[in-house]
Design a protein. Sequence first.
Length: 218
Amino acid sequence: MMIIMLGAPGTGKGTVASILSEKMGIPQISTGDIFRKHIKENTELGILAESYISKGQLVPDEVTIDLVKSRLEEPDAQKGAILDGFPRTVKQAEDLERILKEKQTKLDIVINLTTPEDEIIERIENRRVCPNCKANYNVKLSPPQREGICDKCGHELVKRKDDNAETIKSRLEIYFKQTSPLVDFYNKKGNLRTEEVSERINRFGKDVAEEIIKDVLK
Ligand code: AMP
C-alpha cells in the first residue's frame, strides 16, 4: 500500500501518517523528520537542509528526491509506505511517479488534509514534538499527561525551531505556491481523498485515520 499525505503544515499529516503506519505495518517516511535527524547529527545534508528549513523554504528538489528514492529502497518499505510531507512540488510528484513505476508499485491513495488558515497558525504555535519517538502534541488540544514530557517514551518535548510566527508565514506561502497545485495533479489522476481536519467541526487527525483504516480494511 502506497499512501501520500498532502496538506499545508499543521493540518495533521504526521498524526494521520503515524496511526496508519502502526495499523498497516508499513513505515511512515517523513522527509521533515529525516532532515531533522541529519541536522541533529550535523551531517553535510543536515547543514544544507537547515539553511533552507530555518528560513521556511523548501530543500531543493534534487536533494529531496534522492533521499526519498534511497529510503524507498530499504527493506521495510518493500510492502509500501506512507509518504508524509513528500512530494511538495510538481517536480517531486513527477519524479515519484517515475520511481514508483520502476519499482512496479502503484500509488493507492493521496490523502489531502485541509484546515482553516487561522487554525493552522494556532496549531503550529501550540505544537510540541518528541525528538526521540516523534510523537506530536498540542498544548491546548492534546496535551501530554505530564507537562513537557512525552507520554509514549518519557523524553522531554520540544518546540520545533521552524515553528515560529515568521517561518510559519513563509511555509504557508510556499505551500500555496508550490505544493497546493498537487491537489489538482492528483485529483486528475483520480486517487485524491480530501478530508477536513478542524477544531470547529470537532474532527481531528485521529478521526480521519480511523475512517481510512475502516475503508481500507473493508
Ligand atoms: P515538515 O516536518 O514536513 O513540516 O518539514 C519541515 C521542513 O523540511 C519544511 O518546511 C521544508 O523546509 C523541509 N522539507 C520537508 N519535506 C520536504 C520536501 N518534500 N521538499 C522540500 N523540502 C522539504
